[in-house]
Design a protein around this ligand. Structure first.
Ligand SMILES: Nc1ncnc2c1ncn2[C@@H]1O[C@H](COP(=O)(O)OP(=O)(O)OP(=O)(O)O)[C@@H](O)[C@H]1O
Ligand SMILES: [Mg+2]
Length: 231
């Protein structure tokens, strides 16, 4: 599980904290939802968990270990992340985007990495895109490639920021299906303001409002509590 303890974050040059001493436990659910309105601090929280931002105060533990004390290799085994703005390498083919990290991080031989990458792409239904470049695929396909790339490192947890933002209704449904399937191995934490999608894939979650945890528990209860306008 991921434990967030008295976490605050203030952006440099800002007066107000964006995360205000929040404490929360994300149990090791198959899929756990981080919900909240735009600007409430979801991506900032995710960036703190992913160690891209260093908390102003407080700490984060994953399965009992402070993430600040993990070395890079251990951390990469523990947690992966796919951002709102996808960061595929534009000058590399889809296949190469997938093989690079295991080769660099885990010293996986290229042939093995290629085999794993092809299996992963097939599993996500995009095996035919292996030789294309990021500019030659759609937004939704790029999202799947980015997730496939993250899964190549077989992290125990994977954070996904707004994973449905580039998807239409049918693709969102397909995505929900394979996310559920993949979640038997990797636990996903999805940050989303797509509430119907959150209900499709997650049973538990938290709801952020203005840098505070407003509600936590079952997604259906949370949504009743916060009385979100339908979206
Ligand atoms: N680099 C930054 N410097 C200063 N303030 C920032 C920075 N990034 C985000 N903020 C501010 O922090 C607050 C929280 O932003 P954050 O991106 O975490 O929200 P969010 O919940 O992910 O929103 P969304 O649903 O729109 O993605 C916002 O008020 C935002 O303007
Ligand atoms: Mg965000």
């Amino acid at each position: 599980m991921i434990e967030i303890k008295d976490l605050s974050y203030v952006y440099p040059n800002a007066d107000e904290p964006v995360l205000k001493q929040i404490s929360a436990t994300f149990p090791r659910e198959n899929v756990f939802a981080v919900l909240g309105q735009s600007g409430s601090g979801k991506t900032t929280l995710l960036n703190c968990i992913a160690r891209f931002l260093h908390p102003t105060s407080g700490q984060i533990e994953i399965d009992g270990k402070d993430i600040a004390s993990m070395d890079e290799l251990e951390f990469r085994h523990t947690l992966g992340v796919v951002f709102q703005k996808l960061n595929l390498f534009p000058h590399l083919s889809v296949l190469r985007n997938l093989t690079l990290a295991p080769q660099k991080v885990f010293d996986t031989p290229l042939e093995d990495a290629r085999k794993q990458a092809r299996e992963m792409l097939d599993r996500l239904g995009i095996g035919d895109l292996a030789d294309r470049y990021p500019a030659q695929i759609s937004g939704g396909q790029a999202q799947r490639v980015a997730i496939a790339r993250g899964l190549m490192l077989q992290p125990r947890y994977m954070l996904l920021d707004e994973p449905t933002s580039a998807l239409d209704a049918q693709t969102t449904q397909d995505f929900a299906n394979w996310l559920t399937e993949l979640s038997n191995v990797t636990s996903f934490i999805i940050v989303t303001h797509d509430l119907p999608f959150a209900q499709m894939v997650a049973t538990h979650g938290v709801y952020l409002t203005d840098g505070n945890i407003q509600a936590t528990g079952e997604v259906t209860d949370i949504l009743n509590q916060v009385q979100q306008p339908t979206s």
